[in-house]
Write a protein that binds this ligand. Structure first.
Ligand SMILES: [Zn+2]
Length: 120
């Protein structure tokens, strides 16, 4: 059975547990993995920051009702948030850093800033 280097795909000669031709291939392969990993984190961070920016722009005074559609139109991504806050009253707020939102109707959300909630 032929085995191939995980990096350059050249046939491997030698020990059966060998995965790379040499140290250069090993380090090249590991660097590529690391870059992919960082790219993933960077992409998610960019989405979270954009979400935060959108809420902040729409909600300069700490609390505001807006249409869900308005957020979507600005490129808001509802699938990504940093954390959830469940209040004693049973409301579930989604946060992107210090800015959050609560679904209040089918098409409406309440935008909040962390402090305004904590001071309730
Ligand atoms: Zn190789």
């Amino acid at each position: 059975m032929n085995r191939f280097c995980l990096d350059c795909q050249e046939p491997l000669i030698g020990r059966s547990d060998k995965k790379f031709c040499n140290d250069a291939c090993r380090s090249n392969f590991n660097n590529k993995l690391k870059t992919q990993d960082q790219n993933y984190v960077r992409r998610i961070n960019a989405i979270l920051k954009r979400n935060r920016r959108i809420i902040m722009d729409l909600n300069p005074n700490g609390m505001k009702k807006v249409l869900k559609e308005d957020l979507s139109n600005m490129g808001f991504d509802f699938k990504h948030y940093t954390h959830i806050l469940n209040t004693a009253k049973g409301s579930r707020y989604f946060f992107c850093y210090e800015f959050g939102y609560l679904f209040i109707k089918q098409d409406e959300v309440l935008l909040v800033k962390n402090e305004s909630l904590l001071n309730q």
